[in-house]
Design a protein around this ligand. Sequence first.
Ligand code: SF4
Ligand code: SF4
Length: 76
Amino acid sequence: MANGGKELSIDRFKCAACGACVTVCRNDALMLWGAWLEIKEERCNYCSACVNICPLGALSIASSSQMPQTQSQKDA
Ligand code: SF4
Ligand code: SF4
């Protein structure tokens, strides 16, 4: 994995498609298609600029080793 195990994810229930993250990303890793935010993760260097600027806290960067347990794992 080229990203060091990191992952940029979006909470689509929180995102209001304001476009602030698209504007701040220097790598053109984010694109808005109408109300749909697309993440081109292969362009992302995980600088956190988009995470910090999002007024709704819709973006987050996680390390796969720190991913929380999913509900299905807890139920198993
Ligand atoms: S800044 Fe946040 S709310 Fe605005 S488009 Fe990006 S993820 Fe969505
Ligand atoms: S973490 Fe940085 S490079 Fe990645 S999408 Fe956000 S602003 Fe762009």
